[in-house]
Design a protein around this ligand. Structure first.
Ligand code: PLP
Length: 383
């Protein structure tokens, strides 16, 4: 929001560093996990999960990625303006009355319902050009996608399907992060069965989790998102991806709090001993979720400084967070120094566990107030 050229970096409360080489390296890793012949696309909706839509796309394109998925046609337009030569799918489908704009910008709608398919078919018929579209088949999410019987009905109605090119058949996993869920096998079987008669049309099922579920789930194209950005796709195993984003927040002051006094709004946390507290200049307005705060009843998330873990104390404020620095060696936490609040030592998935959410929400919610930098991240501390 501010003009970085005119404001000294010392005047920001927090820094957000994004490592695009790490995103590229995560993409290459995911690609290496796919069965031979499966294309690795990239899902870059929601500003590439907070890492910057066109900048991230540019880096992935340099790495060899040629197919991108965004949610909205507005995102597709921004991407098309920057890159004339990539394939762009719009996951949210065809917006009503917008077919001509999709056509002009070569945005490929992922048709999620019969009315969308009819509108695309009518438009393509009208201009006499068989433009591509993907078809989303719902196999259990009940979110976007036609039901299998609707898909079969559409495919048998050549009057509708002859006027456009079906370039991809896709479905989306509801429980991919839980490999042992029977839902995965159920969706796989239903998708395979429903599309079996159309073996000449490329198919796609795998988001990040689907890549890790194994080759049965890979089909012709995978479309990972969260793993590119260092997130944890599978709940039950260690995350192999590189951290991509780091938030560091400035210490405003260090104070002593006597045992028995309370800390922060709502007096939600009581000092159980004499404490030393560091107050840092980032809060829920910066995307450090309020639900990650602590109370006397439950622990909160944490920050990290020079090999030491600093638990949150009390509620997260809009612009500030208090951290427990009682056990940190004297002099290490000082006014003005920076504490890692997310990054190589503070995984978004760890924060998410305290805030009863998922790392997707942390990454996509990082605020606009940070001093943003695009450079490599330090390695995780071994301390
Ligand atoms: C967001 C999304 C993806 C990417 O999912 P991740 O879990 O972030 O890998 C893939 N497909 C669809 C339909 C999506 O909505």
């Amino acid at each position: 929001m501010q003009d970085a050229a005119h404001i000294s970096e010392d005047l920001y409360g927090g820094r957000l560093t994004i490592d695009r080489d790490a995103i590229a390296s995560n993409w290459a890793f995911l690609k290496s996990q796919l069965k031979p012949g499966t294309e690795c696309a990239a899902t870059i909706k929601a500003d590439a999960y907070g890492t910057g839509l066109t900048g991230t796309a540019a880096r992935l394109r340099d790495e060899g990625c040629r197919t991108f998925f965004v949610a909205l046609p507005s995102e597709g337009m921004e991407l098309r303006t920057a890159f004339p030569d990539v394939r762009i799918f719009i996951l949210d489908g065809l917006f009503p009355g917008a077919a001509e704009i999709y056509a002009d910008n070569r945005l490929v709608p992922v048709l999620g319902s019969l009315p969308e398919a009819e509108e695309w078919s009518g438009f393509c018929g009208g201009i006499g050009t068989r433009l591509p579209a993907a078809i989303h088949i719902d196999t259990g999410m009940n979110r976007l996608g036609m039901r299998p019987d609707e898909f079969v009905a559409l495919m048998s109605d050549t009057g509708k399907t002859a006027s456009f090119e079906i370039s991809l058949l896709m479905t989306h996993l509801a429980c991919g992060s839980t490999p042992e869920s029977p839902m995965n096998r159920h969706q796989l079987a239903l998708f395979s069965e429903t599309t079996a008669a159309y073996a000449d049309i490329p198919r796609s099922m795998a988001n990040s989790a689907g890549v890790f579920l194994g080759p049965d789930y890979h089909f012709d194209l995978a479309r990972p998102g969260i793993s590119l950005y260092g997130g944890k796709a599978i709940d039950t195993v260690a995350n192999p991806m590189k951290a991509v984003a780091m938030v560091a927040a400035r210490v405003l002051l260090v104070r002593d709090v006597p045992k028995g006094e309370t800390i922060g709004y709502g007096a939600a946390e009581t000092a159980k001993r004499d404490m030393r507290i560091a107050v840092v200049a980032a809060g829920y307005a910066d995307g450090l979720l309020r639900r990650g705060g602590s109370t006397d009843a439950r622990p909160g998330a944490f920050g990290w400084l020079a090999g030491h873990r600093l638990p949150l104390v009390g509620r997260v404020s809009m612009d500030m967070i208090a951290l427990d620095a009682t056990d940190i060696p004297e002099g290490l936490v000082r006014r003005g120094c920076l504490v890692e609040m997310l990054g190589p030592n503070v995984a978004a998935s760890d924060l998410a566990a305290y805030a009863e959410t998922i790392d997707y929400e942390y990454l996509t919610g990082l605020g606009r107030r940070y001093l943003r930098r695009y450079q490599s991240l330090p390695a995780a501390s071994t301390a």
